[in-house]
Ligand binder design. Structure first.
Ligand code: GLN
Length: 536
């Protein structure tokens, strides 16, 4: 039978529930268990696809095309297993499902209420992953903080669910903060006591407390927390600030979080966790032999979470190259023909980021012109690739007014244009080209060489595409389309000839880079940047 772990948060948000969940999952997986992680987000948007990245960070896309919370990216990067639509549920989706059923008459004239109908729908979504038969353990992370009005139905659903599946089959981990008061020179446990009290009011006694702290917890503090929060002393887990999120599984191992969890769930401890390759990765991450500076040119750079998967991919690829990748965030709207050279000189590579809308578009074009003309390694992702196509049209093919129809619908040279299937769509949510699509890569291309194969599959999130009317012109002039969707011939990759590394992808390779499998395009982009740095 599948066992269930629920992770709640207390005291404040941003304690890192996603990283704790992913780290625990990693330890259980490393002992031989099949684990998945699910996140419930208590907001009313159906998914984060329509949210501004400033609101909620990056929108992560799964293989099956769900637009999801960025925590799912952490789950995949830690576990190296794909997630799906079932791994991220919002209050909006829960209500939408219930309301759709109400309209179909499924409730047979009953009054539809938060309890039991919304809580039942939450429980159904908890069960979906467990009943798939694919997992021994399902970890469900409840977004928000205990005490928020919007979290209440979830906590009530968890209370009911635990009662239904019987004791020993589930546990609750409460993540909390132990603040340090510098003036008193003390760690304070009171906020934790209060947040546990609040959980108790809702009928949930947490089994394990994971305590975020800037200072080590003494035995006295652990005993005090245990006594006042009604848990065993060994269930008080210290989670001290770490220099990298990838240290957290090892910190949790030291605190024996995995052992405590397995004992409480009445599961065998199996073997000690096999973390050899994880430690090997950490070793290379922490002992780089070289360093490169890569510019990330984007529109949302004030909030680095907006490019989470890209910055994590650089960490994976950097470790692979034993190279520290210093990412410099450059706001694209500040780049002009007059200052691009000054702003970008000294960089060893430039990545132009995905994005939407006109703001910063021209700055991205300027950045690309500079790296193309100066043989600086360039990697363009989604909008970044589209910008490379526009830049080439304007400055090499002589189409000075070329653009994407997203930025200029009246351009005489629509080298990037809206996909046919997109033209009739009006609704915004979940209507882009989303999720995994196959791509055939020309055998003679650099990209095929980097992947070591010519049939690949990558994830997408866009409405616009390379306009194939211009294909021959690009090919002749040297910005060669080298990757195509085998079903409809959409261009997925362009590569510039006679340049050390100039690659644009319509898909998002950053969504598939993991600790165990750093992405080949990022590995080779970092390697090319390193080669450039050494030549200088
Ligand atoms: N705005 C572009 C499109 O919709 C690119 C999207 C992206 O970068 N994810 O096609």
């Amino acid at each position: 039978m599948t066992k269930y772990i629920f992770v709640t948060g207390g005291v404040t948000s941003s304690l890192g529930k996603g990283i704790i969940s992913a780290s625990l999952a990693k330890l259980l997986q490393a002992r031989g268990y099949r684990v998945t992680i699910q996140k419930f987000d208590p907001y009313i948007n159906i998914d984060p696809g329509t949210l501004n990245p400033y609101e909620h960070g990056e929108c992560y896309v799964t293989e099956d095309g769900a637009e999801t919370d960025l925590d799912l990216g952490h789950y995949e990067r830690f576990l190296n297993t794909p997630t799906s639509r079932a791994n991220n549920i919002t209050t909006g989706r829960i209500y939408q499902n219930v309301i759709n059923r109400e309209r179909q008459g499924d409730f047979l004239g009953k009054t539809v209420q938060v309890v039991p109908h919304i809580t039942d729908e939450i429980k159904r979504n908890i069960r979906i992953l467990g009943e798939s038969g694919d997992y021994d353990i399902v970890i469900t992370e409840l977004g928000g903080t205990v005490g928020d009005i919007e979290s209440l139905p979830y906590i009530e659903a968890v209370r009911q669910f635990r009662w239904e599946i019987g004791s020993g089959n589930s546990l609750v981990i409460h993540l909390t903060l132990i603040p340090f008061l510098a003036a008193a020179g003390e760690l304070k446990t009171k906020p934790t006591q209060h947040s546990v009290k609040m959980l108790l009011e809702y009928g949930i006694q947490p089994d394990i407390l994971v305590c975020r702290t800037e200072h080590h917890l003494t035995m006295d503090i652990r005993k005090k927390i245990a006594l006042f929060c009604n848990v065993n002393v060994n269930a008080v887990i210290e989670s001290i600030d770490a220099s990298t999120i990838y240290d957290v599984p090892l910190l949790m191992l030291k605190e024996q979080l995995d052992r405590t969890v397995l004992t409480k769930l009445k599961l065998s401890h199996k073997n000690e966790p096999d973390l050899e390759s994880w430690k090997d990765f950490l070793g290379r991450l922490k002992n780089p032999t070289s360093e490169v500076r890569i510019g990330l040119v984007g529109k949302y750079v004030e909030l680095p979470d907006a490019y989470k998967s890209i910055s994590e991919s650089f960490i994976h690829a950097g470790a692979k190259n034993e190279c520290k990748v210093k990412v410099e965030y450059i706001p694209s709207e500040t780049l002009t023909p007059g200052n691009a050279v000054e702003r970008l000189k000294g960089l060893h590579g430039v990545l132009v980021a995905p994005g939407f809308g006109e703001r910063g578009f021209e700055g991205k074009i300027e950045a690309i012109r500079y790296v193309r003309e100066n043989n600086i390694p360039f990697f363009g992702i989604c909008l970044g690739m589209q910008c490379a196509v526009v830049e080439f049209a304007r400055h090499v093919l002589g189409m000075t007014e070329a653009s994407s129809t997203e930025m200029n619908p009246a351009t005489p040279f629509p080298v990037i244009s809206m996909m046919e299937e997109q033209k009739k769509i009006i609704a915004k949510g979940g209507t882009m080209r989303l999720g995994a699509y196959a791509c055939d890569v020309k055998k003679s291309s650099k990209v095929a060489n980097y992947y070591g194969k010519s049939h690949i599959s990558e994830r997408h999130r866009h409405r616009y595409e390379f306009n194939n009317d211009y294909l021959k012109q690009y090919e002749h002039a040297g910005l060669v389309p080298t990757g195509f969707n085998p079903e409809n011939n959409l261009v997925e990759i362009v590569e510039l000839k006679n340049h050390p590394f100039f690659i644009g992808t319509q898909f998002h390779p950053e969504l598939k880079s993991t600790v165990a499998n750093p992405h080949p395009l990022f590995i080779n982009f970092v390697a090319a940047s390193l080669a450039f740095a050494r030549k200088k």
